[in-house]
Write a protein that binds this ligand. Structure first.
Ligand SMILES: NC(=O)c1ccc[n+]([C@@H]2O[C@H](COP(=O)([O-])OP(=O)(O)OC[C@H]3O[C@@H](n4cnc5c(N)ncnc54)[C@H](O)[C@@H]3O)[C@@H](O)[C@H]2O)c1
Length: 258
């Protein structure tokens, strides 16, 4: 039996690192490709268990580098889980979005997931494995960052495309859609407004934001046999945000129960 491998892209980031740690519990090896080679070396070393967590400098928007990533994963074992986690948003409004930003956000948040999937689909067929795409509440509702959001909406559709076309090989594809998670991606916004997480919290029915471990636990579930009949879905990890807002329900219903 070859080793079971999980790939987590963008694994130097806070959410990616938490997912890598979680998948390390039920995979032999976790391959951690990230654009920032030094940061991902540190992240892998920080997870301990030498040999289990393998850092790889890799730009997942570059098809040649993605092929090299797939070749590295084949040296390690058979990919059972691919987590398309790397992502970033560059412009906050349509007004600020240049054609270049539109293309870059689509390349990273949508096209790279397609490239990574195609690069390891042979291994996923062998293992009857699964793909988990880290989308965002921005993929279904408007919360700013338009190019990123349109790409995440596309990523939700890619999830269904894989589920339907590759289901016959036993491959499952699902998405996890986080709301606000405090990570390095929020640094600029937190520097501009020290209360940004407090301000965000009031819109969440659970009155808190999700943690990287909340996202990682959802990924762990979807990757596991517990989810063996689940494919083509998007699991929000958003503390209730996309269900609705209590403040609006109070206004619309004029009920103090909200
Ligand atoms: N933080 C949030 O509030 C939030 C909310 C919803 C969804 N998400 C999604 O969760 C995922 C992780 O977000 P995060 O907050 O941990 O971000 P992060 O910025 O902390 O980490 C992202 C990682 O991706 C890497 N990366 C960027 N471009 C890359 C490329 N071309 N090739 C390989 N790696 C690349 C970065 O180096 C970084 O380590 C993203 O897909 C993001 O859209 C985050």
């Amino acid at each position: 039996m070859t080793s079971s491998v999980a790939i987590v892209t963008g694994a130097a980031g806070d959410i990616g690192r938490a997912i890598a740690r979680r998948l390390g519990e039920d995979h032999d090896i976790v391959l951690m490709p990230d654009l920032d080679g030094e940061a991902v070396e540190r992240a892998a070393a920080g997870l301990g268990n030498p040999g289990k967590f393998v850092a790889l400098a890799c730009d997942i928007t570059d098809v040649t580098r993605v092929s090299a990533m797939a070749a590295r994963s084949a040296e390690l074992g058979t990919v059972r889980t691919l987590v398309n986690n790397a992502g970033a948003a560059r412009a906050v409004s349509l007004h600020d979005t240049t054609p270049e930003i539109w293309r870059m956000d689509n390349a990273l948040n949508l096209e790279a997931a397609f490239l990574c999937f195609r690069a390891v689909e042979g291994a996923l067929k062998q293992s009857q494995g699964s793909v988990i795409n880290i989308a965002s509440v921005n993929g279904t509702n408007v919360f700013g960052h338009p190019a990123y959001s349109a790409a995440k909406a596309g990523l939700l559709h890619l999830t269904k495309l894989i589920a339907v076309e590759y289901g016959k090989y036993g491959i499952r594809a699902n998405a996890v859609s986080p709301g606000t998670v405090r990570t390095q991606a929020w640094e600029v916004r937190a520097a501009a407004n020290a209360n940004v997480f407090e301000d965000a919290r009031r819109w969440y029915p659970l009155q808190r934001i999700a943690s990287p471990d909340d996202v990682a636990n959802a990924v762990g579930f979807l990757a596991s046999p517990l989810a063996s009949a689940i494919s083509g879905v998007c699991l929000p990890v958003d503390c209730g945000l996309t269900a609705g807002q209590a403040e609006l329900a109070r206004t619309f219903s004029q009920s103090e129960n909200y």
